[in-house]
Design a protein around this ligand. Sequence first.
Ligand code: GDP
Length: 143
Amino acid sequence: MALERTFSIIKPDGVQKNLIGEVIRRFESAGLKIVAARMVQLTQAQAEGFYAVHRERPFFKDLVKYMISGPVVVQVLEGENAVAKNRELMGATDPKKADKGTIRADLASSIEENVVHGSDSAENARNEIAYFFATSDVLARTR
Ligand code: GDP
């Protein structure tokens, strides 16, 4: 098993509903360590850049509007198979289709307002971490 890092966002609905602690508790209970974290109000340009792969999708405008509707928590998680583990903890994009016990099934209200973002590959994780964090912001070694 590989020690990996992945990128996570507690989205505006998660912050608004006071779910920061609950989401982080789930990460830590599953063995993922928080090795960097910051609260940030995304600008429109930052949100558009982050979700650039979705710019042709019909929901892109709404997604950007939602992502800048309030502060978010950006984090780097570290652990064995962190990318897949985080995706498993999050559950499917649509909370109605997410497995019971996942963050989205338990806490999310819609396919758009779904509490968390998590990188879907190791390569995207590296790019997304670099989008928000300087190397010096991330703990060098935790175990
Ligand atoms: P994720 O990797 O599970 O977050 O899903 P995607 O990368 O496919 O989509 C990015 C984000 O766009 C999702 O987390 C949702 O917030 C939003 N989103 C995805 N699909 C839809 C949709 O069909 N409608 C709306 N309104 N938002 C969507």
